[in-house]
Design a protein around this ligand. Sequence first.
Ligand SMILES: NC(=O)c1ccc[n+]([C@@H]2O[C@H](COP(=O)([O-])OP(=O)(O)OC[C@H]3O[C@@H](n4cnc5c(N)ncnc54)[C@H](O)[C@@H]3O)[C@@H](O)[C@H]2O)c1
Length: 243
Amino acid sequence: MSISKVIVTGGANGVGRALVRRCLDDGMTVIACDIDEPGLKALADEHAGRPLDTHVCDVADHAACDAFMDRVLADHPDVDGLVNNAGLYLGQPVWDYDDPTMERVVGVNVMGPIWLSRRFAGHLLPEKRRGAIVNLSSVAGEVGSSDALYGTVKAGVIGLTKSNAMNFAPYIRVNVVSPGLIVNTAIADRIPGYRYAEYKRQEQLDGDILPEDVANVCAYLLSDHSKTLTGSLLRADNGCYPR
Ligand SMILES: NC(=O)c1ccc[n+]([C@@H]2O[C@H](COP(=O)([O-])OP(=O)(O)OC[C@H]3O[C@@H](n4cnc5c(N)ncnc54)[C@H](O)[C@@H]3O)[C@@H](O)[C@H]2O)c1
């Protein structure tokens, strides 16, 4: 069963923006949320007339996630897909973090996906409805990061994926995408120069990893072509850091 109505967090830019387009092109209804209000407006204008619903929602805010899901479940009770794509990478050493900033990075990258996944599954499972969740991790969650907070949260996303795959079986498939360095994104712009060069040096394939390339892997995990996969990690990384 391919997904017909999907929530995409962080839909205003980068991978999320590319995925919104890909899902619309595939015939899905898309519900996109972001904290970037002008970005959401531009997204809505770009896709005027298509089945796209946009919402401002800070996924690090539990109450905002609940209010967002209340609206989505009221307006789209047949929603069957969730992509936890919104991410925050500050690219700084652990010494430079204060507690509120640490909480923010954990909130955006881990707590948001936990809260949204729980609401989503809580809606589908009582009726034994089928669905799919795709989470966004990173090569940094597998091999480590010069930003310890980011390495920690992205490893957490992999654990969350495997655990939710177990908890939400057999009705909701839960998988994770682990991209390498994605060019033309705000996150890539924040990677320290020496780490950026090292990621590129590690890649075995030539050519850049584009937001659209990562969106394509997400779309596969939403589609029926991946119907045997749950708890799986798929990479979009040009073969960097073979592992
Ligand atoms: N860019 C890379 O090189 C790279 C590499 C590996 C993994 N990733 C992961 O891929 C995902 C997409 O990254 P991207 O490169 O498209 O990043 P991006 O910064 O281009 O886009 C992220 C989007 O998330 C939104 N966002 C940030 N905080 C939010 C919040 N609290 N609530 C709602 N929306 C919020 C931003 O406004 C933005 O629109 C992220 O989870 C990221 O960690 C990125």
